[in-house]
Design a protein around this ligand. Structure first.
Ligand code: FAD
Length: 441
């Protein structure tokens, strides 16, 4: 069988790209293969599903399958894995176990990322969980129903979102992190604010401790670290993600220093007719000017958008990203963009930084909370390199402003004079972002 375009991976990148190809090329045969049961789903909702915010896992699906097949004219195979690929073909294994070879003119690798599983004994025990597909969320939910004490290994944003949601559900939560601080995408001074919030909310936090083993007879009973051991009924491995490059490797396309697939701005790989988009691919870091890896949903969607046009034969390009992300840890909104101070130094900048704490609204207006803004800039040029914000409210708008400034290579002076909105219910007249910039000027 032959298809004009084959898309492997039905996540945000793959489905955006496939839909866009069809929009440009109504008569092309566009086939999507997805290993899991669902396409067009949001893994980002999984921690909140576990927190009880969605009654059914289906609520995390953006569009039902029928929208893609009936309305958009795509041919979509779920529970179908691409098990082999080479020049001009892929081999798909369907849910019934049968296999078929499909030939393609153009191929999109949209295989995303997968959880990194630490190489320690016991990761195959019952009750050891990772989160990625909706099925993994359903499995976690089943295990959690009978579990009291949950150990979360890894204190990145996924681990902490799970901690927040499970604690709110009344579970006893323990977080073990190998590094001296939670959230490595923040500088240590900002991370320590998050650590206090975790402890204040009853999370048992163990920093500087590495997982050595998960133990139990058949089922998880405890985790063993290099310092101690802790009883646990279930274990979440939230020790980071890696690009899912199995298919890319079969095709022999070039990978970058980050381990993700190298692409140009049109999402083309080192192979002329093979494209890659989403978490499996690199993107240009607009601050460093180098390829980088941003496994985040908004970036994946936009890369898919660009890949769709490119696959259809139109000119489109993805400018790059700065790594903007936001999360909620109990009562705190925690966000970041651009480079941390530490990374800025490694990249050869001479960073200066400032951290200020201010009110989120006019001081007399009820409901205000504290907001802490850290700005990082290059000493000689004044270029804004990154920002981190933690507060009780109003973090999203401010990090988005700074993300845009960082991406446009603005200076501290640009940030200071940026014309931000003001009214007492929303901000002080000197917005915390402006205050931070003023100190750094
Ligand atoms: P994926 O969503 O990983 O989709 C790739 C698909 O390819 C998968 O469905 C996989 O089954 C399929 N596949 C892989 N190999 C094959 C094969 N050989 N054959 C067939 N199918 C295959 N990002 C944010 O920006 N904000 C958040 O709040 C956020 N929260 C998250 C929370 C969790 C728990 C997780 C896991 C991720 C979160 N992310 C978040 C990241 C975000 O989900 C990803 O950036 C996004 O899903 C990437 O989309 P993608 O299409 O590139 O890859």
């Amino acid at each position: 069988e032959r298809a004009d375009v084959i898309v492997v991976g039905g996540g945000p990148a793959g489905m955006t790209a496939a839909s866009r190809v069809k929009r440009f090329r109504r008569n092309w045969r566009v086939v999507v293969f997805e290993r899991s049961k669902y396409v067009s789903y949001a893994p980002c909702g999984l921690p909140y599903y576990l927190g009880g915010y969605a009654d059914s896992i289906e609520e995390l699906v953006h569009y039902p399958l029928r929208v893609f097949t009936e309305e958009r004219g795509l041919e979509v195979y779920t529970k179908t894995e691409v098990v082999e690929a080479g020049e001009g073909y892929v081999r798909a294994r369907f849910k019934d176990g049968s296999e078929k070879t499909f030939e393609w003119d153009k191929l999109l690798i949209a295989t995303g990322a997968r959880p990194r599983v630490p190489r320690v004994p016991g990761t195959d025990l019952e009750g050891v969980l990772t989160l990625r597909t909706l099925e993994s969320g359903e499995e976690a939910e089943k295990v959690l129903n009978g579990a009291e004490r949950i150990a979360i290994v890894g204190a990145g944003y996924i681990g902490l979102e799970v901690a927040d949601n499970l604690a709110r559900r009344g579970k006893k939560v323990l977080v073990v992190e190998m590094l001296p601080h939670v959230m490595p995408t923040l500088d240590p001074d900002m991370a320590s604010v998050v650590e206090e919030e975790l402890v204040r909310n009853g999370v048992e936090l163990h920093l500087n401790e590495a997982l050595r083993e998960i133990a139990g007879s058949g089922k998880v009973e405890k985790i063993v670290t290099d310092k101690s051991e802790y009883r646990a009924d279930a274990v979440f491995l939230a020790t980071g993600v890696a690009p899912e490059t199995t298919l890319a490797d079969m095709l022999g396309v070039k990978k970058g220093a980050t381990g993700a697939v190298s692409v140009d701005a049109s999402m083309r790989t080192s192979h002329e007719n093979v494209f890659a988009a989403g978490d499996v691919a690199e993107a240009l870091n607009l601050v460093t000017g180098k390829p980088d890896w941003f496994p985040l949903a908004p970036v994946a969607n936009k890369m898919g958008y660009v890949a769709g046009a490119s696959l259809a034969g139109f000119e489109e390009s993805f400018p790059g990203a700065v790594g903007t992300a936001i999360t909620k840890v109990f009562g705190l909104e925690v966000a970041r963009t651009g480079l941390t101070e530490e990374r800025a130094r490694k990249e050869g900048f001479d960073p200066v930084s400032v951290t200020i704490t201010a009110n989120s609204r006019a001081s007399y207006y009820p409901g205000a909370s504290q907001i802490t803004v850290k700005l990082i800039a290059d000493r000689s040029t004044g270029q804004l390199l990154g920002a981190q914000i933690i507060g009780g409210e109003g973090v999203l708008a401010r990090i988005n402003t700074l993300a845009t400034l960082v991406a446009m290579r603005a200076t501290v002076r640009d940030a200071f004079f940026s014309d931000l909105a003001y009214a007492p219910p929303f901000a002080p007249v000197w917005d915390p972002v402006i205050v931070a910039a003023r100190v750094l000027l």
